[in-house]
Design a protein around this ligand. Sequence first.
Ligand SMILES: [Zn+2]
Length: 386
Amino acid sequence: MLFNEVIGHEEIKQRLLASLQAGRVSHALLFSGESGFGLLPLALALVQYLLCTGEKGADACGTCPACRKMQKLVHPDVHFVFPVTKGNKGKTPVSDDYAGEWRDFLLANPYATLDDWVAAMGADENAQAMIYVDESQQVLRKLTLKSYESDYKVMIIWLPEKMRGECANKLLKILEEPYPNTLFILLSEQPGAVITTILSRTQRLRVPPLQQQEIARELEQRYRLSPEQAAEVAHVARGDWGRALKMLERQEGAGEEHDNQELFIKLMRLCWERKMLPVNQFVQDLTSRGREKQKNFLAHCIRMIRENFIRNFGMKELVYMTAREQEFSKRFSPYVNEENVVPLHDELERAHADILRNGNGKIIFTDLCIKVMQNIRPKESSRQAT
Ligand SMILES: [Zn+2]
């Protein structure tokens, strides 16, 4: 990561850059703040600058072999320690057990939280993530190895407050008698929970929340939000870029739900009208979307059939629909009844399963439409659609 890829924090970047250029980087740094303020991005930018072998000015060169390895997080002299869960690995886990997951996680979003990381490890959300005692052996082993490609060895420790006491004590010994050309960077959300003897060995730097306008500007540039939308998200994000990203995801999710409901209404109308040509066009449009979207649409349809059936039965307290969905339901729910609810549901489930199995979307959806036509309006019905 380059300094100019790190959002905001101009003053901190200048300070780090000045000590890097003067060759005065302490052997143990501790950055404190929320992960979403950019602890890991700042550490990664600092390390990339330190290891860069190209021409560096106000930033690392970005193109030398060391920079390229840093950008992929595969530099052999840079090591990471982070909390891990026991999961089903059966022994005391260490960071290296999750090296692949960690790299993917960090490349995807270096502003993410410990909860996000627990989810990325595939652990259930209540699982405890810790830095276990065996980790200190790993750290020692790595530090006693010769550095591979650079003059430095770097150990980045994310959330040292999650360290078991025994592990922290062993690490303290290393910090007391630093190995030559070794840099420790500790990134803590709760420095108060890190043992004081470790704290006193580090040079501390508080990373403040990002400024609202810094987040807003990024949202406008990276995600093309309007200035009003960007300001609103930035306001609620409270200086945390990770939180801003989560809000965006939720908004996109809400947008997709909206689309799915539009499509559901359209599908039901077309099937009621039994017009094959517009149905074909509908299938064409739907299958031009990604498989993930098709799958989500079918999941939405399954939910709507259930909700409309329950509504038709008059059990309003069991109906979970948004105001917009209810609006359509007023007219539509009478058509989902005890005769057709099971076949409709089963056909949708089958289509959903077939899409999951990578079946041919056009065949699956055309078939589905025909089945919906047969079931939504029984042949003997002569009632007019509304
Ligand atoms: Zn470089």
